[in-house]
Ligand binder design. Structure first.
Ligand SMILES: Nc1ncnc2c1ncn2[C@@H]1O[C@H](COP(=O)(O)OP(=O)(O)OP(=O)(O)O)[C@@H](O)[C@H]1O
Length: 351
């Protein structure tokens, strides 16, 4: 058996009076020193899954192991309470005690466990998140970002092998969010810990995680590295949820692809003839200098400056697509788009 820090086998959960399972036969494996993000739209089951790992919710079916210890299995009548699971948890709303200082919040669990060096350990954890200066301040005297750093220091303090994050940056403003996601990724890696990180923000999941599990209606549709989820999205839902543009309705021919009125000729491809959904990443399109038969005619509709590069919105027939370009283009200009078809995400419709 592999030395995974966390393992879920066929884990399911249906809430009372709900027809559909919140989590449906999920398998998941988190290795030592690995960060796995759970990414999915609202209601896809991320929080339910995390709460089952934490021991705040019990599974209806399946088995959960933490550090090789079975912690939940209805079939075996096994249930290990949350406080006995050796976990650190960071919540969206920080969950700090308002009447305790930053240091006391971090030290609480250490004192509860009767650690002799609780003060120095708590001070070291605050230093790790860059907060030694505010150790004596109370939560109401700290910004949201600082409070979340205290919560991170508290989660690290008891040196658990596994950390759980439930949308920890949702209440933080955009600039601080980028700083904190870097801090979280760095601190977890430096401490050599494993983590499960729930978010509905694709860029946050991609930045922080080694692997990303994309959830949809209680199922994991894809569990892979951020690059694989982005470049080889397993399903249309994964493509959509990782920010690809589309779906565009296309037809697959033996000679190539038909998009609107345009037949794009291709030398070799492996698709069977039929209809399909096409998704495109903006960075897989570029302006073509000439009207080659493998390019798509389009009209410039809008240009938006992103800083260092422009995002050009173009119309292809009735559909809209975006690509990046170093300079802006005249609105209404007729252009041709060169598409890197090796990076196109194409999903043939079921016959
Ligand atoms: N306590 C509950 N009682 C009944 N249904 C619930 C409960 N908690 C969650 N659900 C339902 O279970 C499904 C999964 O919810 P869950 O909160 O796990 O999703 P999520 O992906 O975390 O969503 P969000 O990003 O909005 O937090 C949803 O249909 C939700 O309405």
């Amino acid at each position: 058996m592999s030395a995974s820090i966390l393992r879920l086998e066929q884990v399911s959960k249906t809430y009372p009076q709900r027809a559909q399972a919140a989590v449906d036969h999920v398998n998941l494996d988190v290795q030592a020193q690995e960060i796995v993000a759970l990414l999915g739209p609202s209601g896809s089951g991320k929080t339910t899954l995390l709460r089952m790992i934490a021991g705040l919710e019990c599974a209806d079916q399946g088995r959960i192991w933490i550090n090789e210890q079975m912690v939940d299995s209805p079939a075996h009548k096994v249930w290990v309470a949350a406080e006995k699971r050796d976990l650190g948890m960071v919540f969206q709303d920080y969950a700090l005690w308002p009447h305790l200082s930053a240091l006391e919040n971090v030290a609480l669990v250490l004192r509860h466990r009767k650690w002799k060096n609780w003060r120095s350990q708590a001070q070291e954890m605050l230093a790790r998140v860059g907060l030694q200066e505010v150790a004596e301040q109370y939560p109401y005297q700290l910004s949201g970002g600082q409070q979340q750093r205290v919560a991170l220091a508290r989660a690290l303090a008891s040196q658990p092998q596994l950390l759980l994050f439930d949308e920890p940056l949702s209440n933080i403003d955009a600039v601080m969010r980028e700083e904190l996601r870097g801090l979280i990724a760095r601190v977890v890696r430096e401490a050599g810990l494993s983590a499960v990180y729930v978010t509905h923000d694709q860029s946050e999941a991609f930045f922080i995680a080694d692997r990303v599990a994309i959830l949809h209606r209680g199922n994991i549709l894809q569990l892979a590295t951020p690059e694989t989820c982005y470049e080889k999205s397993a399903t249309p839902e994964v493509a959509r949820f990782t920010g690809a543009q589309g779906p565009y309705a296309i037809k697959l021919h033996n000679k190539g692809i038909c998009w609107g009125e345009q037949l794009v000729l291709m030398q070799d491809h492996n698709w069977e003839a039929g209809t399909a959904q096409l998704f495109l990443r903006p960075d897989a399109l570029q302006l073509s200098e000439d009207a080659r038969p493998d390019c798509i005619p389009a009209t410039v509709q809008l240009c938006g400056y992103l800083g260092g590069i422009w995002c050009i919105e173009a119309k292809i027939g009735d559909e809209v697509t975006q690509f990046y370009h170093p300079v802006n283009l005249p609105i209404g200009a007729s252009i041709h788009l060169d598409i890197d078809w090796t990076r196109a995400l194409i999903y043939p419709d079921r016959k």
